[in-house]
Design a protein around this ligand. Structure first.
Ligand SMILES: CCCCCCCCCCCCC[C@H](O)CC(=O)SCCNC(=O)CCNC(=O)[C@H](O)C(C)(C)COP(=O)(O)OP(=O)(O)OC[C@H]1O[C@@H](n2cnc3c(N)ncnc32)[C@H](O)[C@@H]1OP(=O)(O)O
Length: 255
């Protein structure tokens, strides 16, 4: 069982924060993987989940090099499956996930941030996929998620050099969605969460699914998928509640 390296707390109605606290670098070893799984279980009722870090200077420095250096191929594969498993759970979560990055997000740490729906980075954050410097490639979704966020050329630049990308450059290329002053990423992520939590979560999740489908479907099929998602929401009652609330000049009561 994890040794309490991920702390979950309710920050406000519908908003939970899962804070990584595995010094010295929040290496994403089994304790953090299990801790994140448990925290997401506890955050079942949240509409928005913020992932943050209390380890100074680090969001997460990546997969656990110390662990990887001691295992055989079978255990390495199993470890990778567990790490990808929790990141894919974040990506597919029936809630909105936000990575709040104040420090270094490297390797699996950046892959964790990219598995979230949105990323808030502070001026003190840096981002990178330095796996090639270890004779590896990003193996927890980075080769798939980074090009979708920043484009092929910038993704290759980052992955082939393994360099650290400063927050301002990361924001300019679309790797992070909001750039905030140093040390304020969690506070800013909670402010963003407060904006998000007033809207329809089923509608927001449908937006994410539909935008993600755009990268895999031909345009005409993407348009059809968008219509299908709209129909589902309309039939679910979410749209009826949203439209009615607007006309009755009251806050909507979404699912
Ligand atoms: C066999 C068949 C396989 C089939 C397919 C299977 C797929 C399996 C996929 C596996 C999952 C991979 C996922 C991911 O993509 C891979 C990775 O993330 S690899 C790691 C990437 N990260 C890095 O390379 C960063 C490494 N760290 C650094 O470069 C530096 O630490 C730093 C961040 C630049 C900071 O440097 P300094 O300020 O000098 O500090 P230190 O270096 O002294 O670090 C302080 C302290 O922290 C420890 N530490 C840092 N990073 C890690 C880490 N990633 N893992 C473990 N520990 C780390 C460092 O050792 C120091 O500890 P101390 O010496 O003080 O005990």
């Amino acid at each position: 069982m994890s040794d309490n390296v991920v702390a979950r707390r309710s920050a406000a109605a519908g908003i939970d924060v899962c804070t990584l606290k595995r010094p010295p670098a929040n290496a994403l070893g089994l304790p953090i993987i299990e801790g994140l799984q448990a925290a997401l279980d506890e955050a079942a009722d949240a509409k928005v989940v913020v992932i943050s870090s209390e380890v100074p200077g680090f969001f997460a420095a990546g997969a656990d090099i110390k662990h990887m250096s001691t295992v055989d191929a079978k255990s390495f594969t199993e470890y990778g499956d567990k790490l990808r498993g929790v990141l894919d759970r974040l990506a597919a979560a029936d809630k909105i996930t936000i990575a709040a990055v104040d420090g270094l997000a490297l390797g699996g740490g950046l892959e964790l941030a990219m598995a979230c729906a949105l990323r808030v980075g502070s001026a003190s954050a840096k981002f990178g996929l330095p796996e090639v410097k270890l004779g590896l490639i990003p193996g927890a979704g980075g080769t798939q998620r980074l090009p979708r966020l920043v484009g092929r050329g910038r993704a290759l630049d980052i992955m082939l050099t393994g360099r650290q990308v400063p927050a301002e450059e990361a924001h300019a290329m679309g790797l992070i969605d909001r750039l905030v002053p140093a040390g304020t990423a969690e506070k800013a992520a909670l402010e963003l969460a407060a904006e998000l939590v007033t809207a329809s979560l089923p509608a927001q999740r449908a937006v994410i699914r539909t935008v993600d489908a755009a990268f895999d479907l031909p345009l005409d099929q993407g348009f059809r998928y968008e219509v299908e998602q709209e129909q589902e929401l309309f039939e679910s009652g979410e749209a009826r509640e949203g439209l009615t609330a607007f006309l009755e000049k009251r806050p909507p009561k979404f699912a």
